[in-house]
Design a protein around this ligand. Structure first.
Ligand SMILES: *Cc1c(COP(=O)(O)O)cnc(C)c1O
Length: 380
């Protein structure tokens, strides 16, 4: 099998048979002509299948070492399809510092349909077992977590899932397939917000699932086509273009991330720095065993823990833009307590470690010295 970078550029893609075009065309069509009723070339209606999307699905699946890939119109669309594998009465055990949008969908949408969610601290994977009962259907893991960069042991979760015949879902958005391949560690489904690192250019919203399980794939594809959260050909083309440089971008995200993490740690006004690459990160050993490198996502607090100071700093950066999202070529800064985690009561939020002065960085691929100089002038 070809190595990662070669697959990122070529997997799922053949020169267009009619013209030889090296890039997969944007098949801007809603339907396909049939020779006789039901007799077609595998494509009938574009909600279900589109050749530009199929090329992208094959490429992402290849990068996750997966048999199957499916794309959705957003990461949330992919999550919605995965939860629809459950039936009323089923229970899901999810990590307690979950992406805010996932938490919102689970509690505000799917609880109304009779699905029960347990939010569990998974620092110790064995704690999951305490919440398993006859109704448990799924374990939902995200690692590294947002915004505190905690690491969950995927292999240990997979052993628990296997022993209890549960579906293990891993949201691999933060690591990207370049740094971590959960299916190889025993996960049943890997999920991506393609919006982030895979597309990488902050110009597309998209999601994806990958699996080696034929039955799960068949069900997810049925749900995708039935419920309709499938992406169009233009966005599929942009993501197909973006993913070609994933390996090159990730190397720079990782090296810039390391430099920024080390700089922040040495700064007298900075308190804690959360980044799994530090040898004294509480789960560094697990990170090292399941990730190839440590990525460009970092969060940190300021000494004195002042929200005003954090606000001032977030507004003072010039290269880092104050914005939601992550994983693009441009560096972003965010203030979780007032942005992504604003709906969580202060006490609960602080208990989970999201302090008033916590700032989150998505370190981009600009020049390292410019990023550090920007943080230096902003911290003051
Ligand atoms: C952004 C994100 C999502 C949701 O993806 P969208 O493409 O925004 O719908 C899910 N999980 C994680 C970890 C994310 O960062």
């Amino acid at each position: 099998m070809y190595k990662f970078g070669t697959r990122a550029i070529h997997a799922g893609q053949e020169p267009d048979p009619s013209t030889g075009a090296i890039m997969t065309p944007i098949y801007q069509t809603s339907t396909y002509v049939q020779e006789s009723p039901g007799k077609h070339k595998g494509y009938a209606y574009a909600r279900g299948k589109n050749p530009t999307r199929v090329a992208l699905e094959k490429c992402i699946a290849s990068l996750e070492n997966a048999k199957h890939g499916l794309c959705f119109s957003s990461g949330q669309g992919a999550e919605d399809a995965i939860i629809k594998l459950c039936r009323p009465g089923d229970e899901v055990i999810a990590t307690d510092d979950l992406y805010g949008g996932s938490y919102r969908m689970f509690t505000k949408v799917f609880e109304h349909f009779g699905i029960k969610f347990h939010f569990v601290n998974m620092n110790n994977a064995s704690d999951i077992s305490k919440h398993i009962n006859a109704k448990t259907k799924m374990i939902w893991v995200e690692t590294p977590t947002n915004p505190l960069m905690r690491i969950i042991d995927i292999k240990a979760c997979a052993e628990i899932a296997k022993k209890n015949n549960l579906i293990l879902v891993v949201d691999n958005t933060f690591a990207s397939p370049y740094l971590q391949n959960p299916l190889d560690l025993g996960a049943s489904i890997v999920l991506h917000s393609v919006t982030k690192y895979i597309n990488g250019h902050s110009d597309v919203v998209m999601g994806a699932t990958c699996t080696n399980d034929d039955k799960i794939q068949e069900e997810l594809a049925f749900i995708a086509n039935s419920c309709g959260a499938t992406p169009g050909p233009q966005d599929s083309f942009l993501a197909l273009r973006g993913v070609k440089t994933l390996h090159v971008r990730m190397d720079r995200h990782c090296s810039n991330g390391k430099a920024v993490a080390n700089y922040l740690r040495s700064h007298p006004k900075v308190d804690a720095v959360h980044w799994p690459g530090f040898t004294d990160h509480p789960s560094h050993a697990i990170a090292k065993s399941q990730m190839r490198d440590f990525g460009g996502m970092i969060s940190f607090t300021l000494k004195g823990n002042s929200m005003e100071e954090a606000f001032r700093m977030a507004a003072a950066t010039k290269v880092f833009s104050l914005a939601e999202s992550l994983g693009g070529v441009e560096s972003l800064i965010g203030h979780p307590a007032s942005m992504t985690h604003a709906s969580i009561p202060k006490e609960l939020r602080e208990k989970s470690g999201v302090l008033d002065s916590l700032l989150r960085l998505s370190v981009g691929i600009e020049d390292e010295s410019d990023l550090i100089e920007d943080l230096r002038q902003a911290i003051g």
